[in-house]
Write a protein that binds this ligand. Structure first.
Ligand code: ADP
Length: 315
């Protein structure tokens, strides 16, 4: 089975226990929950039984241990997660507004995950990996860009593949070097997983159709365009497939895109046909939005199958 590697932040998330409250008010908080987009992604991959590992850094503290224990228990290779004695594990405070929008206060830059380096353990993981998943959020510093590019070159030189979820925050694109880094990664991408307007943002195109043609023309083999509760679309040189989202109550949307992306990528690597891979991924995304806590919504293959069976006929 192909081994998937990812690089990026491991955090704990602590959230307001109900929507509509500001950080200025005395809040009841819930957590800490294991989090970080790359960590959620790789945990979902592991829960599907696919070999995988993460390159990251946590502090020598309980928040780091919560994450390491969870990832390890679910089957993620954490040998390339370094323990930084000088910095705490990253954290994020989250509150939800009544309309579902979220506000975050992040502690990443000065935390352990803000200092991820290319260690011998990381290089060893890249030597063993067949596929690299790149998260836009983990291209936030020159050092992280270098590590992602080094991994991409090592893995692709051995005939491996690369998937890319831009996971963009608008402020990232205003930095010219960040845009250039994303475009370099896009130039090496086999499977592209943009969400909403991210499809056009890294291209010259103004319309989705033109962006798809441009990306497929420049060597991207497959594109999965995520559209939240509206579902997702798959495109390759042979055509397109659409999968609606499952109608579920949204409890906590954090992590849905990562669970969806991880499930699609794993099945893409296994050679599952795109229509079925999309349906499995949509189920993983729906299961994720139905659970509070970013990594609490990852699911194993059996749970995903049972969910689809239960919702047969709904979509
Ligand atoms: P991202 O978080 O990367 O922006 P999306 O929000 O588009 O990704 O979510 C990815 C997928 O997860 C969607 O295509 C859909 O299948 C599923 N999903 C997301 N939000 C919901 C929701 N509220 N209800 C049901 N499924 C959802």
């Amino acid at each position: 089975m192909k081994k998937i590697a990812v690089i990026g932040e491991i955090l704990v998330e602590i959230m307001a226990d109900r929507p509509g409250l500001g950080f200025f008010e005395p809040l009841a908080l819930t957590g800490p929950y294991p989090s970080g987009a790359p960590a959620i992604f790789i945990d979902q991959v592991a829960r599907l039984g696919q070999p995988c590992g993460i390159v990251s850094s946590v502090g020598h503290d309980d928040f780091g241990q919560i994450n390491l224990s969870r990832l390890q228990a679910d089957g993620v290779d954490v040998s390339a997660v370094s323990i930084d004695p000088a910095r705490p594990t990253g954290s994020a405070f989250v509150r939800y507004r009544e309309d579902g929008a979220r506000d975050f206060i992040f502690n990443i830059e000065h935390a352990a995950c803000g200092r991820i380096t290319l260690t011998p353990q990381a290089e060893h993981l890249f030597q063993k990996a067949d596929h690299l998943h790149v998260m836009g959020s983990s291209l936030s510093s020159d050092r992280l860009v270098e590590i992602n590019l080094a991994a991409a070159e090592t893995i692709k030189a051995r005939g491996g593949t690369l998937s890319f979820d831009p996971n963009l925050r608008k402020e990232m694109l205003s930095r010219q070097e960040m845009r250039a880094a994303m475009q370099r990664i896009l130039g090496m991408t086999d499977l592209f997983l943009p969400s909403g307007e991210e499809l056009t943002l890294l291209t010259e195109a103004a319309r989705d159709q033109d962006a798809l043609a441009e990306l497929l023309g420049q060597g991207v083999r497959a594109i999965v365009h995520k559209q939240g509760a509206k579902g997702a679309e798959y495109h390759d040189a042979d055509g397109s497939v659409r999968a609606p989202a499952f109608p579920v109550e949204e409890i906590d949307p954090t992590g849905a895109g990562d669970c969806f992306g991880a499930t699609f990528t794993t099945h893409w690597l296994r050679g599952t046909d795109p229509e079925r891979a999309l349906r499995l991924a949509a189920a993983a995304g729906a299961l994720a939005v139905g659970k509070r806590g970013p990594m609490e919504g990852t699911s194993d293959g059996e749970t995903i199958e049972a969910f689809i069976k239960h919702h047969e006929g709904d979509v």
